[in-house]
Design a protein around this ligand. Structure first.
Ligand SMILES: *Cc1c(COP(=O)(O)O)cnc(C)c1O
Length: 428
């Protein structure tokens, strides 16, 4: 069983997934990164500097919060791992800080990164500012329009945001542009990839930097419950917050793990980002994994109300864990995620990121089928302030803004009626 925790192998494979499918010029660059990383995690000075920054700068450990009202609603003991309370509002900073430290260790003076909604861009611009590194963030022009506040945040943090004007002008093109820059400038530039994706060693490095989530959770739950949790639930975009929670628990076989993907607005290709229900094996941006693609292997368009989950591929370790049956994957729709956003806001006074709302929706959907009185940890990967406009637009469009019942304790999690299509409790 514990073989699973030891992956990837020397070639960066998780079973048949992962690896490094990159242009020849990047091979030595990735080797240098791996070598630096392996030495750094054996270096006590590096580890203690990283831990101190997590504590004093990021604000770790984040609380493991017993969500009492949600628990009594759903009939289980539910804990929320509060990554939304991290500096900059999500888990991404755990990775950005760690990789910025690796950049310094390699003597690099410039950081580049890709960003979709801007969350990883903000986290990376923050880390770059903290270490006095030059920072360029690639962002699709369409995303820059949609997320202009995050563009301003990055600029205020001293980063330059470079618009990407090709293709769909969104995340996938931004990743390609960042890789191209890296190939040309790797002498003084480090590329901080934002999720457990891309060529080896990134999926391993990002996972390890995010594993503080799971390690803290083990200590915290043992203290409060005197036992391990029964179930873990997290949303899966590229897969970094989920693998960060899951990985330290892999060796405990009774712990059930559920990853939640973006079911979007429908099950047709282009309407969602559920790689495990609509995708098949392929190679995208350096790694072999489940990829959403058409019959000719062209990368499919994706859709989700949540920008952070809206990507055609998933981290290779998840592909392995899916095939091994160790982690279960489900999808929830835009509607269900918006409903879960409202439920958490009104029952616990916490506005979740729309990504994290997918995990909450997964919990609500699974709750009736879990063993009664299960102890569940849901990873609340980020806060929802960034999504307020988006939620408002969505609800207005669906004429549901004021249709949410005030008294949640009287409401039922029941199948939706035709006139209640976006009803807050409609988990058919
Ligand atoms: C980016 C993001 C995600 C999705 O990325 P993962 O790598 O799958 O964790 C989830 N939640 C929040 C708040 C994010 O910003």
């Amino acid at each position: 069983m514990d073989k699973m925790s030891k992956m990837p192998d020397k070639r960066g494979r998780f079973g048949s997934y992962g690896g490094a499918f990159v242009p020849e010029t990047l091979v030595p660059v990735l080797r240098e990164l791996e070598k630096t990383y392996r030495a750094a995690i054996k270096d006590k000075t590096f580890i203690s500097e990283y831990k101190n920054l997590l504590r004093d700068y990021v604000g770790r450990p984040t609380p493991l919060y017993p969500a009492e009202r949600l628990s009594s609603e759903l009939g289980h003991k539910i804990y929320l791992k509060r990554e939304d309370l991290c500096h900059t509002g999500a888990h991404k900073i755990n990775n950005s800080i760690g990789q910025a430290m690796l950049a310094v260790r390699m003597g690099k003076t410039r950081i580049i990164a890709e960003t979709g909604a801007g969350q990883h861009g903000v986290a990376t611009a923050t880390a770059a500012a903290r270490f006095g590194l030059q920072c360029d963030i690639y962002m699709g022009e369409v995303d820059m329009d949609r997320q202009s506040l995050n563009v301003t945040r990055m600029e205020l943090l001293g980063a330059r945001v470079i618009p990407v004007k090709v293709g769909q002008k969104t995340l996938k093109e931004a990743v390609s542009a960042a890789i191209r820059d890296w190939v040309a400038n790797s002498g003084h530039t480090h590329y901080i990839l934002g999720s457990a994706l891309g060529p080896h060693p990134f999926p391993m490095i990002v996972r390890d930097f995010q594993s503080c989530i799971g390690k803290e959770s083990i200590m915290q739950i043992k203290k409060t419950e005197k036992k391990l949790p029964d179930v873990l639930i997290a949303c899966v975009g590229g897969g970094s917050n989920s693998i960060g929670l899951f990985h330290p628990f892999l060796k405990f076989s009774p712990v059930r793990m559920i990853g939640v993907e973006a079911g979007g607005s429908g099950s047709g290709l282009g309407e969602h980002a559920a790689r495990f229900s609509g995708g098949r094996t392929g190679i995208l941006q350096g790694t072999k994994t489940y990829v959403l693609q058409d019959e000719f292997g062209q990368i499919a368009l994706t859709h989700s109300v949540s920008a952070g989950l809206d990507y055609a591929a998933v981290g290779p370790e998840h592909a392995f864990l899916k095939d091994a049956g160790r982690v279960e994957y489900m999808k929830v729709s835009d509607d269900d995620a918006i409903a879960a956003f409202q439920i958490l806001s009104k029952t616990e006074g916490i506005l979740p990121a729309l990504e994290s709302a997918h995990a909450i929706a997964g919990l609500i959907k699974m709750a009736p089928s879990l063993t009664p009185k299960s102890t569940v940890i849901v990873n609340l990967s980020g806060r929802g302030d960034k999504d307020v406009e988006q939620v408002k637009k969505f609800l207005n469009k669906n004429l549901r803004l004021n249709a949410f019942p005030d008294d949640v304790s009287n409401a039922e999690f029941s199948p939706q009626s035709p006139e209640n299509q976006i009803g807050a409790y409609s988990f058919a």
